[in-house]
Design a protein around this ligand. Structure first.
Ligand SMILES: Nc1ncnc2c1ncn2[C@@H]1O[C@H](COP(=O)(O)OP(=O)(O)O)[C@@H](O)[C@H]1O
Ligand SMILES: [Mg+2]
Length: 228
């Protein structure tokens, strides 16, 4: 079932006096419960595309629909709070807080229905991702990179959104941790019927996805079969 529809999306940046087109009438439909990877050379527009899907920026042309509704009709702020979550390469955690506080912070602003005992729910989620309670209650910056990325994923999960976006989430991690993080992202699609879209430059990560997409000449192209 289609969750996210991109229809003729265009976006460019002004370069001196000229406008450089990055996304060129890009159309694609993403479905619930599927794990997608997006590959493409550096500078091809992957981060730009995620920032449009995440409503951090507005499209310059075309329409994005979530569950059949235009983002502008859902409202960009509502959409960001209730419908999607982004895992960034640099984690983007609130550095003066604990992991638990990072989760509670987003759980307290979403309008999505969550269990009454938010603290208990957050601790259970962190625990499922390998962050035990003692770690959940100390400053997040005292955790390792891999642990911080798990916290970022737990935070993305904590608001029960249908769409999880990740921008090179394993770029800063060693290969064992990378595998675990990918397995977690993969399981979100299967276990929670979430649509998971991961930008990666790793063929190994791409080969674990249901659908591999390549961003080329401003458009998304489906790749058939594994990359050798
Ligand atoms: N704020 C900006 N202003 C001008 N150019 C930008 C801006 N952000 C990105 N770009 C340019 O747009 C292109 C696509 O960037 P980006 O989406 O970050 O690519 P990717 O994530 O695939 O490496 C790059 O050439 C980049 O330099
Ligand atoms: Mg990028």
């Amino acid at each position: 079932m289609t969750l996210l529809q991109l229809e003729n999306i265009s976006y460019g940046y002004i370069d001196g006096t000229k406008k450089r087109i990055i996304l060129n009438e890009l159309s694609y439909n993403f479905e619930k419960g599927k794990f997608y990877t997006i590959l493409g050379p550096s500078g091809s527009g992957k981060t730009t595309l995620l920032s449009l899907i995440g409503a951090l920026e507005k499209t310059q042309g075309g329409v994005i629909r979530f569950d059949g509704k235009k983002l502008e009709d859902i409202g960009y702020t509502n959409y960001r709070k209730n419908n999607q979550a982004i895992v960034f390469q640099q984690f983007n955690l609130i550095t003066y807080m604990t992991p638990l506080e990072n989760l509670l912070n987003v759980m307290n602003i979403t309008s999505n229905e969550l269990p009454k005992d938010k603290e208990k729910t957050a601790l259970a989620l962190l625990n499922r991702l390998g962050i035990v309670e003692s770690k959940a209650r100390r400053n997040v910056m005292t955790l390792s990179g891999g642990e911080q990325q798990r916290v970022a994923i737990a935070r993305a999960l904590s608001t029960n959104v249908g769409l999880i976006l990740a921008d090179e989430p394993t770029g800063n991690l060693d290969s064992a941790t990378q595998r675990e993080i990918v397995a977690i992202l993969r399981s979100l699609a299967t276990d929670y019927d979430t649509c998971v879209i991961v930008v990666t430059h790793s063929d190994e990560v791409a080969n674990t996805s249901d659908i591999q997409l390549h961003l080329r000449d401003g458009k998304l192209i489906e790749q058939k079969g594994n990359i050798s």
